[in-house]
Design a protein around this ligand. Structure first.
Ligand code: XMP
Length: 326
């Protein structure tokens, strides 16, 4: 029998006890777990916390702003932003193989995070302080599935902020270890985090990088961001956010098909909609979205996103398909 308030009070007390007057670091991904973990620690020890946001340029429209503006405004947390968009684009140039992409993104992420960490440590050292703790947004299901919830580890190389290499320099602070996702959302709401962060659907660490089938370029990312924003807005407007576990929007950058616009021929890329219903992402079924909604999304994307002339629907369950295309 829990309430968000009692969990919050209890965790704040535990965090204060663990951290004392030391300094602490937390990586933010834009996702729910890291945001709630960070907000809890901020509530407990205030300015002793520094949050780090590595912007890899693979987030969806508005998500970097959610971290840089909304998270900061609602928590008052200190945030160090590493703008690493170019670094990731350069490292990914010419790469189409999904596993290679995943490994590059994971590797560059760790490097970028460690650089940020060194910069923050150097600054803290000027004040004669040392950073002793690292916050991780580990949830109870991750703990149970030990190995960090990587049930699909042999299928795909998962990457996320919670999966940073265990750095012996730091002691871990894991305030969400006893909680399930719905409890985490409730605590986040109680902490005053905005609904867009607290209600966010699962989004993979490698982000849009694994939703472009083919090479990742800045232009393709821009195109996918537009299509994804339209699909998400329409799903929300239809009131279906809760029925759908997540809806990856995928750009088939290596495929082109012939279409017609006005009286001209087009030769553009398809966008795939991949709405799924699921309990835990281990298995999933494709969501039977209303035809009118699908029509609206398709019309808007083909009209508003230059370079896309076709929208297709993925009707594969998991297994045999995975949720993400890569
Ligand atoms: P798949 O594609 O394996 O995805 O059916 C299952 C769930 O995991 C998410 N996913 C990831 N999450 N890092 C993450 O944090 C990753 O590398 C990653 N790859 C897939 C996916 O969005 C779905 O919810």
């Amino acid at each position: 029998n829990w309430t968000a308030t009692s969990i919050l009070d209890e965790q704040v007390a535990l965090i204060r006890k663990q951290i004392g007057s030391a300094k602490v670091l937390c990586g933010l991904s834009g996702g729910v777990d890291s945001a709630v973990a960070a907000a809890l620690v901020q509530r407990a020890v205030g300015d002793q916390l520094t949050c780090v946001f590595v912007n890899h340029g693979l987030l969806r429209q508005g998500e970097a702003e959610q971290v840089e503006l909304d998270f900061v405004a609602s928590t008052g947390a200190k945030l160090y932003v590493a703008n690493e968009q170019d670094r990731f684009l350069n490292a990914l140039a010419g790469v189409s193989d999904p596993e290679t992409k995943r490994k590059i993104i994971g590797r560059e992420f760790i490097r970028a995070f460690e650089e940020a960490e060194r910069a923050i440590m150097a600054e803290a050292a000027l004040d004669g302080e040392e950073i002793k703790f690292l916050v991780q947004g580990t949830l109870y299901p991750d703990v149970v599935e030990s190995g960090g919830g990587e049930g699909a580890a042999n299928i795909k190389s998962h990457h996320n902020v919670g999966g940073l290499p265990e750095d012996l320099r730091f002691e871990l602070v894991e305030p969400l270890r006893a909680l399930f996702k719905d409890e985490v959302r409730a605590v986040g709401a109680e902490l005053g985090l905005p609904a867009e962060i607290v209600g966010r659907q699962p989004f993979p660490g490698p982000g849009l990088g694994i939703r472009i089938v083919g090479e990742i370029t800045g232009e393709r990312l821009e195109l996918l961001r537009k299509a994804d924003a339209i699909a998400r807005a329409e799903l929300t407007a239809a009131g279906l956010d809760n029925e759908v576990w997540q809806m990856p929007v995928v750009l088939l950058a290596d495929v082109r098909s012939v279409g017609v616009m006005g009286d001209g021929r087009t030769y553009g890329h398809p966008i795939v909609l991949r709405p799924v219903s699921s309990e835990d992402a281990m298995t999933a079924d494709w969501s039977r979205l209303p035809y009118d909604l699908l029509a609206k999304i398709s019309n808007r994307i083909t009209n508003e996103v230059e370079g896309v002339n076709r929208v297709v629907l993925d009707v594969t369950s998991k297994p045999p398909g995975t949720i993400e295309w890569e």
